[in-house]
Design a binder for this molecule. Sequence first.
Ligand SMILES: NC(=O)c1ccc[n+]([C@@H]2O[C@H](COP(=O)([O-])OP(=O)(O)OC[C@H]3O[C@@H](n4cnc5c(N)ncnc54)[C@H](O)[C@@H]3O)[C@@H](O)[C@H]2O)c1
Length: 365
Amino acid sequence: MSSTYRLAVVGTGGIAGLHAQALRDRLSDRFEIVAAVDPDADRLESFKSKFGVERGYASIEELLTAEQLDLVDLCTPPGLHADGAVAALEAGVGAICEKPPALSLAEFDRIAAASAASEGDFAVISQHRFGSAAERVRNMQASGVLGALAVAKCDTLWYRPEEYFAVDWRGRWETEGGGPTMGHGIHQIDTLLSLVGPWAEVVATAHRHRRATNTEDVSHAIVTLENGASVSITNSLLSPRETSQIRLDYDHATVELDHLYGYGDGNWTVTPLEDRIEEVMSAWFAKPRGVPSGHAAQFEAVADALDSGAKPPVNCEDARRTLELITALYASAFSGKPVRAGDIDPTSPYYQRMDGAGTPWPDRK
Ligand SMILES: NC(=O)c1ccc[n+]([C@@H]2O[C@H](COP(=O)([O-])OP(=O)(O)OC[C@H]3O[C@@H](n4cnc5c(N)ncnc54)[C@H](O)[C@@H]3O)[C@@H](O)[C@H]2O)c1
């Protein structure tokens, strides 16, 4: 049976507007936005009046004391995610959190521990897992029609001018947790892992070519997956023709995704070997179809999970695997060594901070 869940939006800046629009326009029978939180009174007021939200609070603590909630929706800057999630979970309320879920694995494990002890669950926004085409590729891979994966590519080539970093929390390890790898490429990297399965080892480089940030503005990685396939990953904020791409070369077909901030079925191309055309294309034209990636698709999956008593996606286990790969990418880039899954334990400096003991370049911010 489907219920309507009582949700509060915490942080009413840029991305919160997209969440509220998706919830109001597409999912008003599944979620009710009962309150919002922001210490910036003007932002809070304009969010409340735009989305018809009745009550507002200056802090998550006031919210949790005053309201009966099923979920908090954390849309605050990254440095506030862990404290917000732990506060909600300790109050027995589930939390859905914008990416990146935390600034470090240490912070993430604090959230995971609070989630394990709570009635509520923790889930991370990764809206590109949820388009119907990605689901179809996962189904095709599971059925064997594509054969085994041999090689893949995962590129987030975006452009952010110097002014973008004027926002105080951007471009610093302490508040953003990293540059394009952590803040932007995380979408594609997480979607990739949802398609290809667990990673085993990474060798990487990170560079600060242009921007006046403390974090990198470009990174490159070669990742070996548990299934033996290899993936090259590039994350850039210096690419004037912007694109987000995933390419998967299976034994029987190449599958490609080319989009920017979201995709529909039409952003995907499947090119089978000649003697596999019929079986591959009939699987590709099967259902599900027509659902674009985006926040609405993920929130719908969250509501479906809550209705059935399951943990909402993307759960702690999935989100940690992605955050661990990003941590390992930085650890490899700054140590000059390959890093394997499981290597970053609490004794590693990269467990506490994505830049470990520090970057090869001096701070500029
Ligand atoms: N999924 C996506 O596609 C996507 C896109 C953009 C941003 N994001 C992520 O969303 C998050 C927010 O980004 P944004 O661009 O909306 O930032 P923003 O700076 O526009 O908004 C953040 C809001 O949080 C408020 N805030 C600050 N301290 C607070 C506190 N203690 N309690 C409650 N609110 C507080 C600020 O006043 C501001 O209104 C980041 O983690 C970012 O990486 C995700």
